[in-house]
Design a protein around this ligand. Structure first.
Ligand SMILES: [Fe+2]
Ligand SMILES: [Fe+2]
Length: 128
């Protein structure tokens, strides 16, 4: 139950922080002329916030013997890889990433929360 409480509060703060960075990326993506350096900085910040958040979640899952750790961690790894590829699209000399990359990433993040984070929260709530 201690983990349930810790998870609920850090999860809320972490997700709010990542959403704020995501909103900044969203507004940058909507600009007519992309500021590639600004975008790379925001995406790099998002990736580092994700890595810290994912590490926290994974250590809780390990401590609680969570049965879906393997699948949940697999989704984390997929997301980090996706963001890394996205960042590399804005390297000097490369063409901009296709317009659909950002909406796809956002969708992947939303799906992760409903498919993996919410069931983990439910499991931790029920564990003694
Ligand atoms: Fe997660
Ligand atoms: Fe999460």
């Amino acid at each position: 139950m201690a983990h349930a409480h810790a998870y609920a509060s850090t999860n809320h703060d972490d997700h709010a922080f990542m959403e704020a960075i995501g909103a900044e990326i969203e507004s940058q993506m909507c600009r007519q002329l992309l500021n590639r350096t600004g975008l790379v900085n925001s995406l790099t910040l998002l990736r580092s916030a994700m890595k810290s958040h994912f590490r926290r979640e994974e250590s809780i899952m390990m401590a609680e013997n969570y049965p879906y750790l393997f699948q949940h961690k697999g989704s984390h790894d997929y997301i980090i890889n996706y963001v890394s590829i996205f960042i590399s699209c804005f390297a000097p000399g490369r063409e901009d990433a296709p317009a659909e990359v950002w909406p796809l990433l956002k969708n992947t993040l939303e799906t992760h929360i409903t498919k993996y984070d919410d069931p983990l929260a439910g499991y931790l709530d029920r564990s003694p």
